[in-house]
Design a protein around this ligand. Structure first.
Ligand SMILES: [Zn+2]
Ligand SMILES: [Zn+2]
Length: 322
């Protein structure tokens, strides 16, 4: 089968690789490029040693299924790339996203077929009625829903999203769909124009008073921005460190803000299966709204060009299609 193989930093090539041999196989219809995939391509990643097939935000049709597994050939499905064990202390504390005994789909989905281990079929594969690229957004939206649960939103809240890459854009859509006042602060004019065309207020940094916001999502990976917003968020406000920062980065948390102004600094990473299910329901209910985040679709063969385009940080979500 055809696969887009990550062969080293800055390198992606189409190769002919063996078909998976599992009893359950999904024929991929589309797979979104995640920030993690892009980061791996640009600087490498300890979890993805080349050669590797990247991509985990995918949907497709069942190509092969064992008898009586609950799925049959031709079913349209979306797969959760990992799932918590549900039994450890961490899971019982309802932070399954932090579970250390997660099970995974072992292969990436920038290819034609993905094999699913038999013990994962009923844990991580969900039927959808009909295929649509919007279902590549279930996993990113699950991460966003997890992040949103860390905020302290009241009837008087005013929310700011700093950075409107695909994740920031999903946050903005999520809040605006709930009727909450939300503004986006973004340096790229292209992205501002796009998001404001959805009826969401967008500002350049410096154009708006940060003090007006009590819930701030930092969706850009710059520590200095986190430090700045902690000192400027409204009294009693919350700053969510959503974008991942390099491991050795230390935040200069302003103690005056944390103590005297009761500012909460929090973070979120990944999702639990509950977030994934919620995201799936939301997308099923409102596919048209979430589809706006997908700005580019490319055939898998043009994957490398797609990644190069994403480096420019102008597109929002890109879906590669085998
Ligand atoms: Zn992702
Ligand atoms: Zn667990």
């Amino acid at each position: 089968m055809k696969a887009l193989v990550y062969t080293g930093i800055g390198q992606l090539e189409i190769q002919d690789v063996p078909m998976p041999e599992d009893d359950f196989i999904i024929k991929v219809s589309g797979c979104g490029v995640c920030g993690t995939d892009l980061k791996t391509y640009i600087v490498g990643h300890h979890m993805f040693k080349p050669p590797a097939i990247l991509g985990h935000e995918f949907y497709g049709t069942v190509y092969r299924a064992p008898q009586d597994c609950g799925f049959k050939e031709g079913d349209v499905v979306v797969a959760v790339p990992y799932r918590e064990c549900g039994e450890c202390l961490t899971c019982r504390r309802t932070v399954g996203q932090m579970c250390r005994n997660k099970s995974f789909i072992p292969s990436g989905a920038f290819c034609e077929y993905v094999g699913v281990p038999s013990d994962y079929i009923n844990k991580g594969i969900f039927k959808i009625e009909k295929g649509d690229d919007v279902f590549t957004l279930v996993e990113p939206l699950a991460c966003v829903i997890n992040g949103a649960e860390h905020l302290k939103i009241t009837g008087f809240s005013n929310i700011a999203i700093v950075g409107s890459g695909p994740m920031g854009a999903l946050f903005a859509l999520l809040f605006s769909s709930r009727g909450l006042p939300v503004s986006v602060i973004e340096t790229s004019e292209t992205r501002r124009n796009l998001v404001s065309s959805w009826g969401i207020k967008c500002y350049e940094p410096g154009q708006v008073d940060i003090e007006d916001f009590d819930n701030i999502v930092i969706a850009v990976n710059k520590a200095e921005i986190v430090n700045e917003y902690i000192t400027r968020v409204a009294d009693g406000g919350t700053v969510l460190v959503f974008a991942g920062l390099p491991r050795d980065v230390v935040l200069n948390t302003d103690s005056y803000s944390v103590h005297y102004r009761e500012v909460t600094v929090t973070g979120s990473s990944g999702f639990s299966i509950q977030h994934f299910k919620k995201a799936l329901e939301m997308i099923k209910t409102n596919p048209g709204m979430f589809s706006r985040v997908i700005t580019h679709r490319l055939p898998l063969e043009q994957g490398r060009e797609g990644f190069e385009l994403l480096k420019k940080a102008e597109p929002l979500k890109m879906v590669l299609k085998p």
